[in-house]
Design a protein around this ligand. Structure first.
Ligand code: FAD
Length: 408
């Protein structure tokens, strides 16, 4: 019978990062199990933005660790992760959003994240497609960037394997084995594996997986999506990403064109039980046509990007992210079950938070105090909830709608 110290369930970016962080802390024997191909779910569909400062201050140090980790991984492996060091521009066109910028820059300063205040004209000089006229205030954060999320996931995996982690794709975990209130192993479609720690990094399936120990995690699958334009030299080539909280949108450059992401006022949500095991077989639509969704948002976005009406959009990417009602992660020990750790509910920021989440879970698995304050992320912070109910899912969709804002 096989036996490991730690079993990680889920081979997306969070499972991958946890594996690498555990291996860096000499945590003993580590097994990562993924039922499909590695990084084939949300982690390969992400837009790849690594935005360190946000309106959710508890996350900032975790995000900063990812930004700091990327060059270390690249050096360790000698491989690129497709990181583009372009910086980000965060724009405010209303007094509420301007106040958020003040609070966010104070938090950035606390975390040693550099930034510069800009006026609208200076911001538009960095992103030539941007109309300066509605801009009240803007901040440039030069150390933000974007990454290829698949390459970063695989870099964590390869670096973990080089340090002895066993990685098995196409192996499903079907149950958690317990004795009393203690985890003792997992059942897989290839047999039993004994272990002391089980880490639930199952992405949008994490609440279903944690049902195995009688504790469905408080999170729900919510649709995220973005569109891409054809190259257009007037957009400015490699230039900063932009966050436009007034219109719930973001952009980043993409081979001479733009990626435009939009947070819908009410995103589609799903009961995780209804999702197929292989996300390739699933399109998160509810009968809507994505061009209509883009058209609905275009008028608002046009105040910043007047060229949107003429833009040649050539592709659309959508997928599911796990959201929580308060927009914070679900991270840490699941109450009442010794040895079961949750690493999910990343609320559309799992790429950004990957190293921070990996570091926290590795410390917890080793019964050490994480260096970051994780009280905001406690799995039991909502009390008992039914995460599959329509009411709960609507709360999670609302958190996506206001993702880049503190005040709704
Ligand atoms: C369109 C889109 C754009 C996004 N853009 C960004 C962005 O710009 N920046 C950012 O930071 N984040 C972004 N995100 C969010 C980010 O992609 C996610 O937060 C992140 O990928 C979550 O990683 P994960 O490892 O938790 O989940 P996943 O990558 O979904 O991996 C979970 C894995 O668990 C496996 N699994 C589930 N159950 C089992 C089981 N029983 N046994 C074995 N394996 C199992 C699944 O097969 C899956 O591969 C975006 C998401 C989407 C959909």
């Amino acid at each position: 019978m096989e036996s490991f110290d730690h079993v990680i369930v889920g081979g997306g970016i969070l499972g991958a990062s946890i594996a690498w962080h555990l291996s860096c802390k000499n945590a003993g024997s580590i097994l990562l199990l993924e039922r499909n191909e590695l990084a084939s779910a949300a982690s390969s569909r992400a837009a790849g933005l690594i935005i360190q400062a946000s309106t959710k201050f508890a996350k900032t140090p975790l995000a900063k660790l990812t930004r700091d980790t990327i060059p270390l991984l690249v050096e360790e492996l000698g491989e690129s992760v497709g990181y583009h060091d372009v910086g980000s521009l965060r724009i405010a066109a209303s007094s509420e959003r301007a106040l958020e910028l003040d609070a966010m820059t104070a938090d950035a300063e606390k975390n040693d994240i550099p930034y510069d205040w800009l006026d609208g004209v200076e911001a538009a000089a960095m992103a030539p497609w941007l109309d300066p006229s509605p801009i009240l205030k803007a901040v440039f954060l030069p150390t933000d960037g974007y990454v290829d999320p698949y390459l970063l996931s695989m870099a964590y995996i390869r670096a973990a394997q080089a340090r002895g982690v066993i990685v098995r794709p196409r192996t499903e975990v079907t149950d958690v084995l317990t004795e009393g209130d203690k985890v003792v192993g997992v059942m897989t479609d290839a047999g039993q594996v004994f272990c002391n720690t089980v880490i639930d990094a199952c992405g949008v399936w994490a609440a279903i997986f944690s049902e195995r120990v009688g504790y469905p995690l408080p999170m729900a699958p919510v649709r995220s999506h973005y569109w891409m334009t054809e190259p257009n030299e007037s957009y400015g080539g490699e230039h900063p990403m932009t966050i436009l909280p007034d219109v719930s949108a973001f952009t980043r450059p993409e081979v001479g064109g733009l990626v435009l992401g939009i947070q819908e006022p009410q995103s589609a949500t799903f009961d995780a039980h209804d999702l197929p095991k292989d996300p390739a077989a699933f399109s998160p639509t509810k009968g809507e046509e994505h061009w209509d969704l883009l058209a609905d948002a275009s008028e608002a976005v046009a105040q910043f990007f007047p060229g949107i009406m003429q833009a040649q959009f050539s592709s659309y990417v959508c997928g599911l992210s796990s959201y929580t009602p308060d927009g914070e992660i679900v991270l840490g020990p699941v109450p009442g079950i010794d040895g079961f750790l949750a690493a999910s509910g990343a609320c559309g920021s799992g790429i950004t938070l990957s190293a921070g989440i990996g570091d926290v879970i590795a410390d917890l698995a080793l019964s050490q105090q994480p260096v970051f304050d994780i009280t905001t992320f406690r799995p039991d912070r909502f009390g008992p909830v039914d995460p599959f109910s329509e009411h709960f899912r609507a709360q999670c969709a609302a958190a996506r709608a206001s993702k880049s804002r503190k005040v709704n």
